[in-house]
Design a binder for this molecule. Structure first.
Ligand code: NDP
Length: 334
């Protein structure tokens, strides 16, 4: 990438370096990413977004011949760090391996509450949970009685967004990719309605059926044709939190969105976010969510596979929807 940039007749502008940094973050290319970040900071030293992208890139970097980084729960076997001792349970950025030597304790937190399944710290009480909490509360700014739509609604993030929305007194509809998932949404997570987007020939018509008066809040997990149909069904002053666009990640060429004009005509606010910018909310999120779980107000469905050797197929399964709930891989039992 850098060689190509050197051969260009002029240097990229801020948007170009930003796009490169984001691509490096997604692909874990730390060396090129650092270069793009330096260029961006030389153009605008106050750009705090650059630091957020950099820290996210470091935290999640994957390199050839190194184990993949992911959110995991682990037991400390030995420690030279004063904050951690043998026997402590921790969660955070671990690796796809049975034993790890982790030199960055800042990416690990102690498991404080062991009354709940430890696997919850990979999802419900970890990054997925905080993503749902921060994205819904901070970006969607929901109000009681508002109409909320969630895509990939039965997944690690979506199932929680729907439940937080119900607890707030909203009308909530979710979409998912199988009848089993639709059943979970309606009968386990308490969504008011749900549909299988794979069986809907016309997503616009499906949304009109579920939201005859329109959508106030859309929690975006998938992108593509779903986003296009949602835009047509948003209400004036609606909010869209762009959490993910999983339908686009593996495409050579991302699909175009045709209905963005609705952002103007309906005065919609659409905003992307990274959970890493909301870590300061973790303590309040943990306290509230633990309370809800213990009171039975929030339930969480996990899809567990045994053995590290099954992790690659579990990861690939996220892109075909084979996971039902938060995908968890058990590497070892306590
Ligand atoms: P999920 O547990 O929801 O698993 C992914 C699901 O996406 C699949 O089960 C499948 O469900 C659905 N899916 C896969 N491919 C497509 C497709 N082509 N079209 C529509 N749906 C598809 O994942 P998570 O809850 O962990 O993540 C949800 C989203 O949030 C992702 O986009 C992820 O990248 C994003 N994310 C963003 C974060 C942030 O900081 N912004 C942090 C964490 C996650 P189905 O069967 O219903 O199709």
């Amino acid at each position: 990438a850098l060689e190509l940039i050197r051969r260009m007749p002029m240097e990229p502008d801020e948007a170009g370096w930003g796009a490169l940094l984001n691509a490096c973050r997604m692909h874990g290319n730390v060396d090129v990413g650092k270069h793009a970040a330096e260029k961006l900071l030389s153009l605008n030293p106050q750009d705090s977004g650059v630091y957020a992208l950099l820290s996210n890139m470091y935290a999640t970097r994957n390199r050839w011949n190194e184990p993949i980084v992911g959110i995991g729960v682990a037991k400390v076997l030995d420690s030279g760090h004063p904050d951690f001792k043998a026997g402590d349970l921790v969660w955070g950025f671990t690796r796809w391996e049975e034993f790890s030597l982790l030199s960055a304790p800042k990416t690990l937190s102690k498991v404080t509450d062991t009354d709940v399944p430890l696997s919850y710290y990979t999802g419900l009480l970890g990054m997925a949970g905080l993503t749902a909490y921060a994205g819904f509360n901070e970006l969607c700014i929901p109000k009681k009685g508002e109409h909320v739509f969630v895509s990939a609604a039965s997944g690690a993030v979506g199932q929680l967004v729907g439940q937080f929305a119900k607890l707030m007194g909203c009308y909530v509809v979710g979409s998912a990719g199988s009848s089993q998932k639709v059943d979970l949404l309606k009968n386990k997570f308490g969504f008011d309605d749900a549909f299988n987007y794979k069986e809907e020939p016309d997503l616009n018509a499906a949304l009109k059926r579920c939201f005859p008066e329109g959508i106030d809040v859309y929690f975006e997990n998938v992108g593509g044709s779903t986003l296009d149909a949602v835009l047509l069904n948003m209400r004036v002053h609606g909010r869209i939190a762009v959490c993910g666009m999983i339908s686009q990640y593996n495409l050579e060429q991302p699909e175009g969105i045709h209905n963005l004009f609705c952002l103007i005509t309906k005065c919609i606010r659409m905003e992307g976010f990274l959970v890493s910018d909301y870590m300061h909310l973790y303590p309040q999120f943990l306290q509230l969510t633990l309370q809800y779980v213990k009171e039975g107000k929030i339930v969480y469905v996990e899809d567990t596979v045994e053995g590290l050797e099954n992790a690659p197929s579990a990861l690939i399964g996220l892109f075909t929807g084979s996971n039902v709930g938060k995908q968890v891989v058990v590497v070892a039992h306590e």
